[in-house]
Structures are given as structure tokens and as C-alpha cells.
Ligand binder design. Structure first.
Ligand SMILES: Cc1cc2nc3c(=O)[nH]c(=O)nc-3n(C[C@H](O)[C@H](O)[C@H](O)COP(=O)(O)O)c2cc1C
Length: 224
């Protein structure tokens, strides 16, 4: 009878190095037919600019996102919320989000989420995600980690978040930057059960993924 409600994944991009991880996650969610609600922190504009040369602007987010992802395919399934907009849909637990992926996550975002600071929309939606007992994945990027961040990460784990370091594995046969980025993005999607073909899975045989990658010329069906 009723219409099917749109149930997006919220992707929160904070200002850590590693914006390609976010681009890969967004591309793969859209490829899987999953709607995306996107929040880009103010600091993330600097990292996007630094790592891609793209100025990410609230007023031109659609064009800027298309430039960042390298395509506008699937962008009709993306809703963008400015980081200062505390009236945004996902800031309420009644908004039908499936969960949230913070990728990459700064140590600042880790602290703010662990302590419930809600200093911007990204942190507010993460807090809402936890209180609603929805899946929250925090893909932290920093090296080395200081003691206070380690404590915040333990706190996030205790609250039910998945702490997923932006730490590529090499057992999947990846050798290009894109393949290593896609490995991390694939592990983020694994954490919430979204299907993808971003990396070759371990099948119990040493060296098998590298051999398959050699045969296919790539580890990823979606790789370039
Ligand atoms: C180019 C650049 C790279 C950065 N890389 C990191 C990083 O890898 N990890 C991190 O925790 N902070 C990093 N920062 C610092 C954060 O952007 C800064 O702490 C900011 O306040 C985080 O705000 P946010 O959590 O609201 O995005 C970087 C900053 C810049 C300009």
C-alpha cells in the first residue's frame, strides 16, 4: 500500500587524510543501489582540496561530488547535508537512516563521537546513530596514535561502534594505490553487510589472491 521509504546510509567525511577511501565507499554504496546521505566536515574541505584539487562547496555539492567521484552516475540517490545544519534530517533518530560510516575519521571526530560532543552535524549524527543502536563504522586515520585517542577508540568500541582503521591488507593481491584504497573501503562495507567486489577475499590458500589478481589484471571488478 504505502510507498517504500528511502533508507540511506549516512557517510560522514571528516578532515583526515584518506579522502579516496570516502570516494570509494560512496561509489560502492551507489553501485550496490544503496542511497547515501553525505556530510562533509569543514576540515574535510581542506583534505579534499589538498588530495584531489577539488573545492567542495555546499552550494555546488552535486557538481563537486561528481568531479570527486569521477562520475555523476547514481548521484540522484545522494542527499547532501551541510556540516553546520543541525536541522538536517539525519540529526534526528526518527529519520530512517540505516546507519553511518565515518570515513576517514579524524582523531577529533573520534573524540567528539566518543564523548558525545555533537560539535557539528557529522558528530551529532554519529551520536544519534549510537543512541538508536544503528550500525556505526569509524574508519580512523592517524599515525601514530596517542594515548587519548586510543582511549576514545576503546570507548567507541564499548558503545557498539565498529572501529576500522584505514589500514590496507596486502593479502588480497592489491598493488596499486586504488586497489589498496578499495580494500579498506571494502572492509568498511563488509562491516555493515553491503555487497561489493572491491577486493579479492581470502579463500584459505596462501598466494591465491595474488595469482588471481595476476590472471585478471586487477583484484577488483570495479577497479580501473
Ligand atoms: C591536509 C590535512 C591532513 C590531515 N590529516 C589528518 C589525519 O590524517 N588524521 C587526523 O586525525 N587529522 C588530520 N588533519 C587534521 C584535522 O583536519 C583537524 O584536526 C580538524 O580539526 C578535524 O576536524 P573534523 O573532525 O571536524 O573534520 C589533517 C589536516 C589537514 C589540513
Amino acid at each position: 500500500m504505502g510507498t517504500v521509504k528511502r533508507q540511506p546510509w549516512v557517510v560522514g567525511v571528516s578532515g583526515a587524510s584518506g579522502t579516496p577511501y570516502a570516494a570509494s565507499v560512496i561509489r560502492a554504496l551507489l553501485a550496490a543501489g544503496e542511497p547515501v546521505d553525505l556530510i562533509v566536515s569543514r576540515a574535510a574541505r581542506l583534505t579534499i582540496l589538498d588530495e584531489t584539487g577539488i573545492s567542495f562547496r555546499d552550494a555546488h555539492w552535486h557538481a563537486d561530488l561528481a568531479a570527486w567521484l569521477g562520475s555523476d552516475e547514481g548521484l540522484d540517490d545522494v542527499r547532501y547535508w551541510p556540516a553546520g545544519d543541525f536541522a538536517a534530517g539525519p540529526s534526528s533518530g526518527s529519520y530512517p537512516a540505516k546507519g553511518m560510516l565515518v570515513v576517514p575519521a579524524t582523531t577529533g571526530a573520534v573524540a567528539g563521537i566518543a564523548l558525545g560532543l555533537s560539535k557539528d552535524l557529522l558528530q551529532r549524527v554519529a551520536s544519534v546513530t549510537l543512541k538508536e543502536r544503528r550500525p556505526l563504522v569509524v574508519c580512523v586515520r592517524e599515525a601514530p596514535l596517542n594515548g587519548v585517542t586510543l582511549k576514545h577508540l576503546v570507548e567507541l568500541d564499548a558503545q557498539g561502534a565498529v572501529v576500522l582503521p584505514a589500514s590496507p591488507g596486502f593479502y588480497a593481491g592489491g598493488s596499486t594505490v586504488r586497489e589498496l584504497v578499495d580494500f579498506v573501503a571494502g572492509r568498511v562495507l563488509d562491516a555493515v553487510g553491503v555487497p561489493h567486489s572491491l577486493y579479492l577475499r581470502w579463500e584459505g590458500e596462501l598466494g591465491a589472491a595474488a595469482r588471481r589478481a595476476d590472471e585478471n589484471g586487477s583484484v577488483s571488478a570495479e577497479g580501473e
